[in-house]
Design a protein around this ligand. Sequence first.
Ligand SMILES: Nc1ncnc2c1ncn2[C@@H]1O[C@H](COP(=O)(O)OP(=O)(O)OP(=O)(O)O)[C@@H](O)[C@H]1O
Ligand SMILES: [Mg+2]
Length: 229
Amino acid sequence: MTEQEILSATDVSKTFQVKAGDVTAVDSVSFTAGRGQVTTIVGPSGSGKTTLLYIVGSLEKPETGAIEVAGSNILDPATDLVRYRRKHVGFVFQFFNLIPTLTALENVMLPMDLAGVSPEEQNRRASELLDGMGVSGRLLKARPNKMSGGENQRVAIARALANDPDIILADEPTGNLDTATGRTVIDILSRLAHESDKCVLMVTHDESVLDVSDRAFRMVDGHLNEIRA
Ligand SMILES: Nc1ncnc2c1ncn2[C@@H]1O[C@H](COP(=O)(O)OP(=O)(O)OP(=O)(O)O)[C@@H](O)[C@H]1O
Ligand SMILES: [Mg+2]
C-alpha cells in the first residue's frame, strides 16, 4: 500500500445465510483506495456494493479478509470500532438518513456532540461546514422534511464531515435526486477528494459517475474488477 492509499481490502468475503441457501454477497474482493481520489464501484442491483461499503465502514463483518485503514486492520478483534468510525469514516446514504426531529444545524452537530466537542465549537463548525455546502440562512433551522432532496443530501455530506474523517463512504448518493441535483452532489464529493484530500469511496448504479472518478471498479456477483487504471 502506498502512502496515498489509505484504504486497502484484501481477500474479503461475506456470505449471508438465507432460507433459500447461502448468498455470497462479497467474494474474495481486494482493492485499494487513495486520499485525494474519487474511487467508484459500479454494478447491478444485488452485486454486493452496499455490503462491501458497509464492511469497509465496519457496519458489517466479513468472514474472511483484511481491511487496512491507515496501517491497522479494522477486522482485528482489538480494534475499537466506535473510535474507528468516528475518526476515519463519514457516511452518505441514498435516503440521506438525517434525524427527522433535528434541524439541519443540529444534524451536523450531533456526531461532534457524540465525540465530546464543546457546544460552542459544534455550532461554529457545523455552520461552517453547512456554509461550505451552500446551506445557510433559514435552512440552518429547517428540519429534513422542510428541505429538498438536494438540500438534505448536502446537509448529510456536512454531517459526514463533522469529525473530519479521512474516508467518505457514499452509497448511491445520487439515487434519490434528479440528474442536475445529483451532478451537484457528485461535484461536491469530487471537490472533497481533490481539494480537501479526502478518500471518497462511492458505490452506485449510475455509470455516468465514471467520468468524474479517478479509479473505478465493476462489481458483478460479489466479484470486483478494476475498470481502468
Ligand atoms: N442482511 C442480509 N441478509 C441476507 N442477504 C443479504 C443481506 N444484505 C444483502 N444480502 C444479499 O447480498 C447480495 C448483495 O446485496 P447488496 O445490498 O450488497 O447489493 P447492492 O449491489 O448494494 O444492490 P443495490 O444496487 O440494489 O443496492 C444480494 O443478493 C442481497 O440479497
Ligand atoms: Mg446497495
